[in-house]
Write a protein that binds this ligand. Structure first.
Ligand code: ATP
Ligand code: CA
Ligand code: CA
Length: 431
């Protein structure tokens, strides 16, 4: 399956959907941001608001290019979540809606979800199934509380939950979340690890031409790779993972993975790779010709200035964005997303360290993704028939408790310094 990111412009089949998504986000997010902040109530977690957009506009919504309906879920909860995750409110809106251009990754997983990247590459819109949507609403309070208590959580950061529908079209649910990977650095290898071996092998043929494929557990093991964290970092990382997985187990979630992007500091950034960054997200993809100018570059000074101008324009033409959030800010500040998470401090990622805590040669961009799969009937059925032929330890669809334990065990076991790994290798050889 070949998946290549494509720019969603007016000629793209999903242009109308993308435009409607962004218009809805822009309107609802600025509407909530315009109000005075307040404490959350229980009702905020169940809240949903429906808006009708049309080409003439009405007393509630401004005019839009197309007729569509938009639903906004738990807007206050997500406003607070965005604050918790250190997002600048104006920055969020500009990133998502300036020029209304996204790029689409098509459907990289087998789930059929679509992925869209904001123009500046900071945010991901993922379409989700109705079941995942209902489930996220159900667990929202647990997620919210967890995130408050765990500022360094490795779980996907959810910034918004919405639904869009065009006349006679189907309902499309989607979340906005963090892109784990940085806009300004090449990712030299990407892994999606679950701690299972069945079906966890990415065909290695032709990999050289496709350094951006998302590899899996067996590819990782075959390469003898480790997350090279010295004692201090390892402890922090494993402890946070344990806390996060505990929540997932409690909520009967499974099938999630640790997504790891590796930036090799010695290789650095190849200027000509930069424009192809989009291909980092070619999870199931086979070798493809690079597509130039797909977006995802570090914005130039000129672009930053343009962005600031756009923002000013936006504030002028749209009531909601309150001034105190945007006034007195330089373009650079508006652009820079504050990262207060411990695991994202090293230029958006977490740098490898040696045994003596000296900095290592790699930066890891990592987090736990795809965490909205409830251990439901389907999984139980899958478990039953796969269970007939495979060892349970190797099946990916095992109950959430064991799924989580196996996940922690695997990820912890591959977290060790280069020095420790080499020592073990020589010890093994001696026996
Ligand atoms: P499936 O259920 O078949 O695994 P899915 O449609 O639910 O697929 P995910 O597992 O969420 O998709 O993600 C698929 C791929 O998209 C990941 O392996 C990764 O390459 C990329 N991806 C997903 N989430 C992120 C993120 N937050 N940051 C960067 N890349 C991501
Ligand atoms: Ca997945
Ligand atoms: Ca999934």
């Amino acid at each position: 399956r070949v998946v290549v990111g494509t720019k969603v412009d007016q000629n793209h089949v999903n242009w109308v959907t993308a435009y409607n998504m962004l218009t809805g986000i822009r309107f609802t997010v600025s509407r909530t941001n315009a109000k005075m902040d307040r404490e959350l109530t229980d009702a905020d977690f169940d809240a949903k608001h429906k808006f009708s957009f049309d080409i003439t506009g009405n007393e509630l919504t401004p005019s839009a290019k197309y007729d569509f309906k938009f639903k906004d879920y738990a807007p206050w909860v997500f406003r607070h979540l965005r604050t918790t995750f250190g997002l600048d409110p104006a920055d969020y809106l500009v990133s998502l809606t300036s020029k209304y251009i996204l790029s689409e990754l098509g459907s990289p997983g087998k789930s059929g979800s679509f992925f869209y990247f904001s123009r500046d590459y900071k945010y991901i819109i993922k379409t989700i199934h109705h079941g995942e949507h209902k489930f996220l609403r159900k667990i929202l309070k647990d997620y919210y509380n967890h995130v408050q208590e765990n500022p360094n959580t490795l779980l996907s950061q959810f910034y918004g939950l919405h639904r869009v529908k065009i006349p006679y079209g189907r309902k499309i649910h989607f979340v906005v979340m963090n892109n784990l990977f940085p806009p300004h650095r090449d990712i030299h290898r990407t892994f999606d690890l679950k701690g299972s071996t069945i079906g966890r092998d990415f065909k290695e043929e032709g990999l050289d031409e496709n350094p951006r494929a998302t590899l899996k557990d067996l590819n990782w093991l075959r390469r003898g790779l480790h997350l090279e964290f010295g004692p201090g970092k390892k402890k922090a990382f494993v402890e946070q993972m344990q806390k996060d997985v505990k929540l997932l187990q409690k909520l009967h979630i499974m099938d999630y993975s640790m997504l790891i992007g590796i930036h090799d500091l010695e290789k650095g950034n190849e200027e000509n790779l930069r424009d192809k960054t989009l291909q980092v997200f070619q999870p199931g993809g086979e070798a493809e010709d690079p597509q130039p100018n797909m977006l995802a570059r570090t914005p130039s000074k000129l672009e930053s200035a343009r962005k600031a101008k756009e923002l000013r324009q936006m504030i002028k033409t749209q009531k909601p964005v309150p001034m105190e959030q945007t006034a007195n800010k330089m373009p650079d500040e508006l652009q820079g997303q504050k990262k207060n998470n411990f695991f994202y401090v090293d230029d958006g990622g977490f740098r490898a360290t040696h045994e003596d805590d000296a900095p290592g040669e790699e930066i890891y961009y990592l987090g736990i993704i795809d965490c909205l799969t409830h251990y439901n009937l389907i999984k139980r059925i899958e478990h039953r028939w796969k269970g007939l032929t495979n060892e349970e330890s190797q099946i990916s669809a095992i109950p959430p408790e064991r799924y989580g334990d196996r996940f922690i065990k695997f990820i912890s076991s591959v977290t060790k310094t280069r020095e420790a790994a080499e020592r073990e290798k020589t010890e093994d050889a001696a026996h």
